[in-house]
Design a protein around this ligand. Structure first.
Ligand SMILES: C[S@@+](CC[C@H](N)C(=O)[O-])C[C@H]1O[C@@H](n2cnc3c(N)ncnc32)[C@H](O)[C@@H]1O
Length: 390
């Protein structure tokens, strides 16, 4: 491995640089290698790194948000979006199946903590980071596009948000104790992906975990259709029950037990999920998830950032509350600042290891347009002596 690559991967592992990543295709040119110094050259690449807003650009973004937030969705409508949140997502997966989001193949590069740390594994990650980065070299960066057209809930599975009649929920309503047997009880390294959707993160992770004995991946979503899609893919790809378990679970439902005890997870992955939860409920979710981590365990987070183009694109009348919007299909999106993330995760007693704003300029060369993309990414660790603050 040449020195440049070794240094680059080393900095990646230390969390010093965000990788050029987002759902969809992304080029493998190392992040930081495309800095726009001459505005006349903006259409020479598809993506520019480490963009700074000019004062004018920031003011324009703020104005756009003020405008699209001026008219709020009526309170009774808002209640419907909250109570039926899982139905909207369920319909989303009925409509799009697993074709909407692209596989998040960047995950392991960006979050090497997903794998157990031993010398052997470290080498594997570095090797696969390098290979993936190289093999993607000619690809372009995609976007976190989202269905804006209205999708009517044709066949809602049940009346209430957590009322899906499914065996998983009933079976797990109490949850096992630490000494009991549960899926993954004999594993030595356990990961939970929250809001796994159709498995776009699950499968890139499982493909690597397969070679790592003792590892186990749980994944959950409150949309039964999503969990079904994951389970069908599990069976097609002959993943072993000894290594993964998908279950229906609403992370906002505090009274709902997980199919494993608290304090046993090494890693929790929260990728583009918290943004779809009502801001008033986010803190409780982060608290509950923190309880699931073992001391030293990591919560890995990535989501929409404030003034991302996706926020600016919302039309008037889609705003629920400040920086929180509803899409045409009834799913919702919040746009975070890194200060909000710091506050929420630290309030849950976790220690901040990384918290950054990944700000890029995405270029559509064909249409000759450039958009500011903003994501927030964080890594938070549960301390050895964790005190729950609420
Ligand atoms: C934007 S998708 C992201 C899916 C996946 N994490 C990924 O990165 O491709 C958000 C997912 O979060 C799930 N979700 C939203 N609120 C949830 C909740 N309260 N409990 C469990 N899952 C939830 C949705 O059903 C959806 O699958």
């Amino acid at each position: 491995m040449n020195v440049i690559w070794r240094n680059y991967i080393c900095r990646l592992r230390q969390g010093k640089v965000p990788h050029r990543c987002q759902s969809g295709v992304h080029p493998a040119a190392p992040l930081g290698s495309r800095i726009l110094t001459d505005p006349a050259k903006v259409f020479e690449h598809n993506m520019w790194d480490y963009m700074q807003w000019s004062k004018e650009e920031e003011a324009a973004a703020r104005k756009k948000v003020e405008e699209n937030s001026a008219t709020r969705v009526a309170p009774e409508e808002q209640v419907k979006f909250e109570n039926d949140a899982n139905k909207y997502w369920n319909t989303f997966y009925q409509t799009h199946k697993n074709k909407f989001f692209k596989n998040r193949n960047w995950l392991l590069r960006e979050f090497p903590e997903i794998l157990p740390v031993d010398q052997n594994t470290k080498e594997k990650v570095e090797e696969s980071s390098r290979d993936q980065v190289r093999s993607n070299f000619s690809r372009m960066q995609g976007t976190e596009v989202h269905c804006q057209k209205s999708c009517v809930s044709s066949d809602p599975p049940s009346k209430g948000r957590s009322n899906f009649s499914n065996l998983d929920l009933e079976e797990h309503s109490k949850g096992p104790g630490k000494t009991e047997r549960f899926p993954g009880s004999s594993a030595t390294f356990r990961i939970l992906e929250v809001g796994c959707g159709a498995g776009n993160s699950v499968f890139p992770i499982l493909n690597t975990l397969q070679n790592i004995p003792g590892s186990f991946l749980y994944c959950c979503d409150f949309a039964p259709e999503a969990v079904d899609l994951v389970k069908v893919s599990f069976s097609h790809a002959s993943y072993s029950e000894a290594q993964c378990s998908a279950f229906i679970h609403d992370v906002c439902d505090d009274g709902l037990a997980y199919p494993f005890p608290d304090g046993i997870l090494d890693v929790i992955l929260l990728v583009f999920v918290l943004s779809s939860i009502h801001p008033d409920r986010m803190q409780a979710v982060v608290h509950r998830l923190s309880r699931l981590l073992k001391p030293g365990g990591m919560l890995l987070f990535r989501d929409h950032g404030r003034y991302d183009n996706a926020q600016l694109r919302f039309k008037k009348g889609r705003c629920l509350s400040e920086n929180f919007y509803v899409r045409g299909d009834g799913t919702r999106a919040y746009f975070f600042t890194k200060g909000e993330i710091h506050h929420m995760f630290c309030e849950a007693g976790l220690h901040e290891k990384q918290n950054l704003v990944d700000h890029r300029l995405q270029v559509n060369r064909k249409k000759q347009v450039a958009m500011h993309r903003v994501w927030v990414q964080g890594k938070f660790q549960k301390p050895l002596h964790w005190t729950q603050r609420r």
